[in-house]
Design a protein around this ligand. Structure first.
Ligand SMILES: NC(=O)c1ccc[n+]([C@@H]2O[C@H](COP(=O)([O-])OP(=O)(O)OC[C@H]3O[C@@H](n4cnc5c(N)ncnc54)[C@H](OP(=O)(O)O)[C@@H]3O)[C@@H](O)[C@H]2O)c1
Length: 332
């Protein structure tokens, strides 16, 4: 068993400058933990790019290896729950934030963070889904738990070409919902239609008349990935008794809105957190992604890259040039 592996390392040069290079690491570079996992696949999320560029809300300790997602095989374990050879995945918790993450050939993590790879899902498929897809699935689960059914009307998805948005479009459409996708990318309408969107609208259309306190009742529900004015517009145009999920802030962390949609239309705002999601709902959602919700269009929404291309793709995702999911092949 070789101790050495390749990892992307982010180093802090001064207060604002962070550089990236690929280095050879050994197990002694990893923190204490119960389980060593040989990582076969990871994926690129927006948060990884924030970590790689020194966003203090994500990562504070450098040098650091990002990668909030990892799937692979247990190499050694001090936990009774796992043994060498088990197929597993890890998303969220502190992985890739201040704990070396999936952009390295091995990780060492507490057993409590680990999900056994569900039957019906390969490591590659699990990482095509990754944190973004898991968050999309949590959002769909939240809408269903709020009682939103396909017959209730259209579901709006903002940031639709992004990692969370694209999987949300696909999951909702496969579950029988009529999905309206909002995007800022004029050339990606066909992509969104191929994932199952019944209609695609431009971002600025959603913001029409957005200075009003309430907008025409239009959506039965919404999966919002971007926050700010878009989330406000989505809430203001959700029908009586509808629900809106909130998971992201690519547009803004602000929510410029008053209470009217909540107190006059009974609209619910549902917060989504994939990071600290407890193990019981975590296993339930992964089980659905491997079973009744298994996506038949994963390849359509995925680009696969080797570990040595992650450096370049970090810039691309920050510039909004990535559509769908980016799967990272870490080791063979
Ligand atoms: N709460 C959680 O547990 C959790 C988990 C995963 C992700 N997140 C958060 O969710 C958000 C989306 O993550 P992601 O991985 O899907 O990111 P992503 O792949 O970068 O997608 C974000 C999408 O947002 C849209 N967008 C970008 N800049 C925008 C702007 N200025 N105004 C309006 N729309 C904009 C773009 O879609 P269009 O071009 O199609 O409009 C972009 O593709 C991020 O903020 C991420 O940190 C949270």
């Amino acid at each position: 068993m070789t101790q050495e592996f390749t990892a992307l390392l982010i180093e802090q040069q001064d207060k604002k400058t962070f550089t990236r290079r690929y280095v050879t690491r050994t197990l002694s570079d990893l923190p204490d933990g119960d389980v060593v996992i040989k990582v076969s696949y990871s994926s690129l999320n927006y948060k990884d790019a924030l970590s790689a560029t020194g966003n203090p809300g994500v990562s504070r300790n450098f040098p650091h290896t990002p990668g909030i997602d990892a799937a692979g095989i247990v190499e050694s374990s001090q936990s009774e729950r796992f043994k060498a050879g088990d197929a597993v995945l890890v998303t969220g918790y502190d992985l890739g934030m201040n704990t070396p993450g999936g952009f390295g050939g091995k990780i060492r993590v507490p057993a409590e963070w680990i999900v056994p790879l569900p039957e019906g899902l390969s490591a590659r498929e699990a990482m095509t889904i990754g944190t973004a897809g898991f968050t999309a699935a949590m959002s769909v689960q939240a809408l269903q738990d709020a009682g939103i059914k396909p017959d209730d009307g259209e579901i709006l998805v903002t940031g639709a070409t992004g990692g969370v948005g694209s999987v949300a479009v696909a999951l909702l459409s496969q579950a029988g919902y009529s999905v309206v996708a909002v995007t800022g990318k004029a050339d990606k309408h066909d992509f969104l239609t191929s994932l199952g969107a019944s209609k695609v609208i431009e971002r600025n259309v959603l913001l029409e008349n957005n200075s009003r306190p309430m907008l025409k009742e239009t959506w039965a529900g919404c999966v919002d990935c971007v926050g700010g004015d878009y989330l406000a517009a989505a809430i203001k145009s959700t029908c009586y008794g509808g629900a809106v999920t909130c998971c992201g802030l690519t547009a803004s962390a602000e929510l410029p809105i008053n209470v009217f949609p909540f107190i006059l239309r009974g609209v619910s705002l549902l917060g989504i957190d994939s990071v600290q999601c407890p193990m019981t709902p975590r296993l339930k959602v992964w089980g659905k992604l491997a079973g009744e919700w298994k996506l038949n269009c994963l390849d359509t929404l995925t680009e696969e890259i080797p570990l040595d291309a992650v450096d370049r793709y970090i810039d691309k995702i920050l510039q909004g040039q990535v559509s769908g999911r980016v799967l990272v092949r870490v080791t063979d």
